[in-house]
Design a protein around this ligand. Structure first.
Ligand SMILES: *Cc1c(COP(=O)(O)O)cnc(C)c1O
Length: 382
């Protein structure tokens, strides 16, 4: 006889997590754990040698002359804008399809967020609409390399130069991605990175950085991140504490040496998803030939993403939404006065987007499990 327990719908065991940081750490532990402990043995907690070395290595990786390590990607964006003297009365153009921090960093300086719609193919900022959003108060444009897919920067760069605007890269999801052969982090005046644990290059806590080849800008961001100290006891302006912890420097310096291999594996997995889901109603973002994406997210579009998420969850497969609410419809920005329908392409992407699991440690078997489940869902629902 069946026990009563057997009929209680048990939560399915997770067969495919959205990402697997435990599996990643298992592979790094032998080298990383002693290095982290050494930080404690040496009592290096902040402003130690590992963060300094990581700054040198990451600048070189990005083909930029400088890197300033910080404690989050949001801090990187905010300090960059402050260092460019952007604030109250100024406007900054931001894609509405992005993680909220691309926009909140602007708002935190007192400047006004000016959202722009998405491109139908790449789902990134629609480059043809940026110029229409420029006013005499516009000071900067933030190009977000969302999903790990670089924005096509050439025309944007030319336009910003012509109009006298600052151009920032939000490269929080795109460490190692390339455009026309050059890495993100070197494609504009300055780039902002996040090392949130789930990013392609993730710390063991929060972390961020800027890369730039403008040494004056780098020095100002560095100063602002450390109480705007001009000497130990003298503070040249109002700064804050946004420094990176030494432990994160150790972790990131070590993980940087693995990043290219991890990104290559992400691309391989993404290709398998594309092959397996091709010819179905599932839609995927197009990567232009001059772009080399690093697939931070395998976002796809489907009629009813919530139904697919539930179907996958029942199969023991985790998924996510990146991002269901565009910036202009966020309660946080309701005072900007935008309404549903204002940026139709982005709104359609946001309401149909679901992100499938994709992480370097994912096995071919796990990818097959997810793809099969998605195909079953389509057979039943589309
Ligand atoms: C993660 C992320 C940020 C913010 O980074 P934090 O380190 O979490 O502050 C900014 N922009 C984008 C596009 C991101 O994905």
């Amino acid at each position: 006889m069946m026990s009563t327990n057997a009929v209680v719908a048990a939560k399915p065991q997770i067969k495919v997590p959205f990402l697997d940081l435990k599996a990643q750490y298992a592979g790094l532990r032998a080298a990383l754990a002693p290095a982290i402990l050494q930080c404690f043995d040496n009592a290096f907690y902040i402003e130690g040698p590992a963060v300094k070395q990581f700054e040198v290595d990451f600048a070189q990786y990005c083909e930029a002359s400088e890197c300033v390590a910080l404690d989050s990607g949001t801090a990187a964006l905010q300090l960059t804008l402050l260092a460019l003297d952007i604030g109250r009365g100024d406007e900054v153009i931001v894609p509405t399809n992005t993680f909220i921090a691309s926009a909140t960093a602007v708002a935190m300086t007192g400047a006004t967020v000016v959202p722009v719609d998405s491109d139908e193919k790449t789902w990134l900022m629609d480059l043809n609409q940026v110029e229409d959003r420029i006013t005499d108060r516009t000071k900067a444009v933030i190009a977000v390399h969302l999903y790990g897919q670089p924005v096509q920067m050439r025309e944007l760069r030319e336009m910003c130069t012509r109009k006298g605007l600052h151009l920032l890269e939000d490269a929080a999801q795109a460490h190692g991605a390339r455009y026309q052969g050059r890495p993100v982090g070197s494609l504009a005046e300055v780039a902002c990175f996040s090392f949130y644990p789930g990013k392609n290059l993730g710390a063991y806590g929060d972390g961020g950085a800027i890369t730039t080849s403008n040494s004056t800008l780098a020095a100002r961001v560095r100063r602002l991140s450390n109480h705007a100290r001009v000497s130990k006891y003298e503070h040249g302006e109002v700064g804050w504490n946004y420094r990176m912890d030494e432990v994160q420097g150790v972790v990131l310096q070590h993980k940087l040496s693995k990043l290219d291999a991890w990104n290559a594996r992400r691309r391989e997995l993404a290709k398998q998803y594309r092959d397996r889901l091709q010819g179905t109603p599932i839609r995927m973002y197009e990567v232009p030939s001059e772009c080399e994406a690093v697939y931070h997210l395998m976002a796809v579009l489907v009629d009813d993403p919530s139904a697919l998420a539930k179907f996958l969850a029942d199969e023991g497969i985790e998924s996510g939404f990146h991002y269901p609410i565009p910036v202009h419809l966020q309660p946080a920005f309701k005072t900007l006065g935008y309404r549903a329908g204002d940026f139709p392409v982005a709104e359609a992407i946001c309401s149909h987007s679901i992100s499938l699991p994709l992480f370097p440690e994912m096995t071919g078997q796990q990818l097959a499990t997810v793809s099969e489940a998605v195909l079953s869902f389509i057979r039943l629902n589309c």
